[in-house]
Design a protein around this ligand. Sequence first.
Ligand code: AMP
Ligand code: TRP
Length: 337
Amino acid sequence: MEEKKKIIFSGIQPSGNLTIGNYLGALKNWVKLQDKYDCYFCVVDLHAITVRQQPKDLRRRTLEVLAIYLAAGIDPERNTIFIQSHVPTHCEAAWLLNCFTYVGELSRMTQYKNKSQKYSDSGDPISAGLLNYPVLMAADILLYNADLVPVGKDQTQHIELTRDIAQRFNNIYSPTFTIPEGYIPESGAKVMDLQEPTKKMSKSSGNPNSFILIMDPPEVIRRKINRCVTDSIGKVKYSDDQPGIKNLINILIALQGTTAEEVEKKYENLGYAEFKNDVAEAIVQELKPIQDKVKHYLENKYYLEEIYKKGAEKAHYVSNKVLRKMQKKIGFIPPAR
Ligand code: AMP
Ligand code: TRP
């Protein structure tokens, strides 16, 4: 008998244009994992509204993220690709799980602390959604009994919390959820900001020179890498004292599967300019075919529609069974038929 494949769940928010951080930290690994696992890849639009979105932009970006999934090589025949808001079980399960999660746990999350600090500094109110965001993420993962969650390093704390919530529910009632594990890539787990290389590269940064977008044209990629912050040491070394150079080396490793030693050796007698040129070319080479495909998919809205319709049907079918199980264990009366 064929062995049952383990399950993967992951998602990216359509809250901004995707960066090579999203690509190397998440997407590129999903593509590698799709052969061995039963995968659910979601465009997490419900997560995106924890900060205010322009409706028009949210619509455009949601489809663009979907197109990027496909263009990066995620096969819609083998994987379930869907849009989170099309599957209402996520919101329902999130409410239930909210009642098994403590405010203290949520307010200790680093991402919440950073984002809420940013808002209060600028005088903006902090939505309850921002605090509850990891509970919705836990619902995403637990509804599919995912074994593995491939994400960048910044998400490890949310996965720990998901495990705690799942364990708590299982202990109170009886085993219901698989306890998921994070899958953090060896390289590319944390692509750093090009202008402040001690900070994570983020699509929400105000300075466009600090990130490279998956959809940036080649000349923009070249310019941004050319201008990225390095140091005055002048040697291509993989060292914490040279965070800018270290970040570029990490990008090369994630793109080409090379090693830090190989990179150091190759550039032993060469300057930063040459090194930067090569990094830029490696990024351009990787992204150009993806960009062409994204454009192609976005011109075929019906094809995209077909994929997200089929994906949502499958996702709803699978997640609804788990939701019903949760409801039953909690003590809700099943609706009369
Ligand atoms: P988000 O953009 O917050 O929806 O993140 C989507 C995925 O990309 C998550 O798995 C993140 O961990 C990953 N990610 C985002 N930014 C980076 C980065 N700078 N380096 C590596 N992974 C990242
Ligand atoms: N919170 C994740 C992020 O900001 C996105 C996300 C939402 C996610 N639900 C998920 C990632 C479930 C993995 C699994 O990056």
